[in-house]
Design a protein around this ligand. Structure first.
Ligand SMILES: [Zn+2]
Length: 76
C-alpha cells in the first residue's frame, strides 16, 4: 500500500471527464507530455464520466505532474 500525499486527489472531474489516480501495471505513454509512465508509479486515468465501455477501453493516461496542464488544455 502506497502512502499517497493528501495533496494528490484520488478523483478529479474535468468537463465531464473523470480522472482517477491509479497505479501503473506496465509502461504507458503519457497523453500530455508523451513520455513514459513507468510501472508501479501512480498516474491519472481519464475516462468520460457516465459514458459507455468505449471510453473505458481507451482512457487517456497522464502523469500526476501533468494533470494540471492536461486540465488546462481540456485533454484530447
Ligand atoms: Zn506526462
Amino acid at each position: 500500500m502506497v502512502n499517497r500525499s493528501i495533496l494528490i486527489p484520488m478523483r478529479i472531474t474535468i468537463n465531464g471527464k473523470v480522472a482517477e489516480l491509479v497505479t501503473a501495471r506496465k509502461t504507458y505513454k503519457c497523453d500530455e507530455c508523451g513520455y513514459p509512465i513507468v510501472p508501479h508509479s501512480d498516474y491519472y486515468q481519464i475516462t468520460l464520466g457516465g459514458a459507455g465501455l468505449g471510453s473505458i477501453k481507451f482512457p487517456d493516461r497522464v502523469h500526476v505532474h501533468c494533470i494540471e496542464k492536461y486540465m488546462e488544455t481540456g485533454g484530447k
